[in-house]
Design a protein around this ligand. Sequence first.
Ligand code: SF4
Ligand code: SF4
Length: 395
Amino acid sequence: MKTRNDMMSTKKLNGTVIVTYRCNARCSMCNRYKAPSKPEEEISLDTIRKLPPMYFTNITGGEPFIRTDLKDIVRELYKKSDRIVISTNGFFTDRIVDLAKEFPQVGIRISIEGLEKTNNEIRGLENGYQRGYSTLKILRDMGMKDVGFGMTVQDRNAPDLVPLYDISDKMGMEFATASLHNSFYFVEAKNIIKDRPMVAENFEKLINRLLRSNSPKKWFRAYFNHGLINYIYGQKRLLPCDMSFDTFFIDPYGDVMPCNGTKDKEVMGNLNDQTWDELWNSPEAEAVRKKVRNCDRQCWMIGSVSPAMHKYIWKPATWVAVHKFKALFTKSPYSMYENRIVRDYRDGKVTKEELDKCSTCDLCAVANNGLSEASKEQLNDRSWEDIVNESIDSK
Ligand code: SF4
Ligand code: SF4
């Protein structure tokens, strides 16, 4: 008879590979660009070969296309993964297009943080919007199917949420959303939504748009966005978080972690030094799983929600069925006031200060960056700007 560990090691997993912590952007909600990994230490093809079979792999950073060997990484990952999606800020158009030519089936999500002015302010990249948008357009014109926008919604860009969705919809693209999170991964502890009702109202408009569409995928995205309203009001996740059970993140140093939402880096083991089975079935991995079971951070990011939506499908499916039924009679089948906390705040039963306390924002915290000692040391001799600029120039 198979033990739980045997079953866990044969089941296909959902993995995220953080190929680098270097990044050429200067986003206002993420300080990762100030804490780059040392290029020589970044995850190697040998380590990638040790990863388990996956039904889905997300490649992310930092900015993954800063690595000039990204094609080799993708080639290796396709040997063990059914589907790959790369998250990028879209700056390295030539590298993205070059990779797409070899792997037309790969998914590309370009993060665009609002319309032109808002995006460029948040992202800190000159011409960031134009570059991202034209990269997406080139990919679409090449006939790539799995391309889309990703937007991290905050006070500054919430009014752009629906206009940006409309652009993506017209281009026939995916539109992924997130909201502000704090964690070692973002090297940030002070992110917080200030005007919750305004942001929720914009999500409400988006949810109604998605529900009125003819795409079942969009109806489930509507549920995800409903969960984001719940999250920004600091409430308990709508679905359990099972990160580290059938899902994992691996960082540039080969450290395997449950997710990217924890305050400090949580390590299940290191794939440079261990085999996957040793690592996945280790007492350290079990200890991390125990922590996940008791985790109170309530993240609502697609990396942890998508597997949960598949696993507990009846819950989002019921929500979708109810709202599609309502859509037969009204143009706005969803109201943000369906969330009790949103009503309570409107009715003065709960204060802004009380809601702020439910968030992960900690104004006094010093964010841990999860860098290795060698990566920290390189910052003694050179600034992060120099390290990143060198990477941008490398061919
Ligand atoms: S959010 Fe992404 S693109 Fe922006 S600084 Fe952080 S890693 Fe770079
Ligand atoms: S809620 Fe889940 S994704 Fe968020 S920090 Fe906890 S374990 Fe990670």
